[in-house]
Design a protein around this ligand. Structure first.
Ligand code: ADP
Ligand code: MG
Length: 398
């Protein structure tokens, strides 16, 4: 269900009998290139998309946050005084099946709001309670980071009610802390930062060490298409943690603080003393950082062909060296790349399922989406979802 300012406002009015004071919106994202580089202090190049989580809210004069989730058709409530430092909780999506909704997720959505409130309070912010309704159209668990969109929408709502200034980088860090320490997902900073600081018409080159960001425009006449394989894997978490450990091990062996500081030449010199799997992981991360900087250069020049070529290389590296692709993702990327209007395609997000992203000629984007979906379905038997995306602004108060 596409959602917007008018719908969310009407939903709030239905429930509370008056209009909301504020509406906040925080987008999902797709990463164009720079995959599994964020936790190696490297570079990423995501764009915020025109799918978002929305909250309409009105402050209360107590410490209760009371929210109705339209998508789950379920109320959630907590007191800002009950948010004690958590023992790490299991990830909602890996909870026992009995606790899940029809889409395979536990209805743990309130934990993202609690975690964000906890994190803001831990940072010394004084918060106020509010009533709200929550809805979104970022598909859940598809790799478009609905969780970061929810955290940034929650942060924006908490900031509005508590009259805090909106500082995108600080709020992104606090959202990441909520996801790491409250929800228990060991993610990097990319998802929250692009959701907080995205720019319409642009991707954002993010230096995950300094957290400096630079908008880079999408090449003129191109569109970004997200291709959801409609496959999901439960093992993403353990594989992700294993990759992180392997990267840390490679950095230690190369005697650098993080793989961001290593070069391919240095890696080749040390290849003999490395476990072959660790070597491949490091080779992906180091080359992917280089590719991401080259991709930003290509975008500054408006060079869609070069950007597409780099996306293609990125996919091969993720498939062969980082080993986080899947048959479905490979099939989707092959179907996309075979289309005449495609500049390049790759898996995007953590991997093992979820989405691919393609850069295509804008005037042929709808044809590309239809043809690629059909080709993928013939090849795999899965029914994909496709989204032609616009690059949107980051979290905002409307
Ligand atoms: P991803 O971030 O890849 O979309 P996650 O598993 O990290 O997947 O986050 C999905 C979770 O975020 C959902 O299970 C739900 O708890 C929460 N969430 C995301 N969007 C919404 C929404 N519109 N309404 C309620 N909860 C949401
Ligand atoms: Mg997530």
């Amino acid at each position: 269900m596409p959602i917007g300012q008018v719908e969310i406002s009407a939903q709030f009015a239905d429930r509370f009998g008056h209009l909301p004071n504020w509406i906040v919106r925080a987008p999902g994202r797709v990463n164009l290139i720079g995959e599994h580089t964020d936790y190696n202090d490297g570079f990423v190049l995501p764009m915020a998309i025109d799918r978002a989580v929305w909250i309409a809210l009105r402050p209360r004069n107590d410490r209760i946050v009371s929210v109705y989730s339209i998508d789950y058709d379920e109320p959630g409530e907590f007191s800002l005084d009950e948010l004690v430092t958590p023992a790490i909780k299991p990830r909602p999506s890996v909870a026992p099946p009995s606790a899940t909704d029809g889409r395979g997720f536990m209805s743990g959505w309130i934990e993202y709001l609690k975690g964000t409130a906890w994190s803001l309070q831990e940072a010394g912010h004084r918060l106020t309670g509010w009533d709200g309704v929550l809805a979104g159209d970022v598909p859940l668990g598809a790799g478009l980071s609905s969780s970061a969109a929810l955290e940034m929408a929650a942060a924006r709502a908490l900031a509005a009610a508590g009259e805090l200034p909106w500082k995108p980088v600080e709020m992104a860090k606090l959202g990441q802390r909520a996801e790491n320490q409250w929800v228990g997902v060991n993610c990097g900073i990319m998802d929250q930062l692009i959701s907080a600081a995205g720019r319409a018409g642009n991707a954002l080159l993010i230096d995950c060490r300094s957290l400096q960001t630079e908008p880079v425009p999408l090449p003129r006449g191109t569109s970004v298409v997200v291709l959801d394989t409609s496959t999901r894997r439960g093992l993403v978490n353990s594989a992700y943690n294993e990759r992180r450990r392997q990267c840390e091990q490679a950095a230690r062996l190369l005697d650098v603080h993080a793989l961001r500081d290593a070069t391919i030449e240095r890696l080749e010199q040390s290849a003999g003393k490395m476990d072959p799997a660790v070597l491949r992981r490091a080779r992906h991360v180091i080359a992917e950082n280089d590719r991401t900087l080259l991709a930003a250069d290509a975008m500054r020049r408006g060079d869609a062909v070069e950007l597409g070529r780099l996306m293609h290389q990125s996919h091969r590296s993720l498939r062969d060296d980082y080993e986080v692709s899947s048959d479905a993702l490979n099939a989707m990327v092959e179907c996309a790349s075979a289309h005449r209007s495609c500049f390049g395609a790759r898996m995007t997000g953590a991997g093992f399922g979820g989405c691919a992203v393609a850069l295509v000629r804008a005037e042929a984007a709808e044809d590309f989406a239809r043809d690629t979906a059909a080709a993928y379905q013939r090849k795999t038997g899965h029914s994909p979802a496709v989204y032609v995306c616009q690059a949107a602004d980051g979290a905002e108060l409307l």
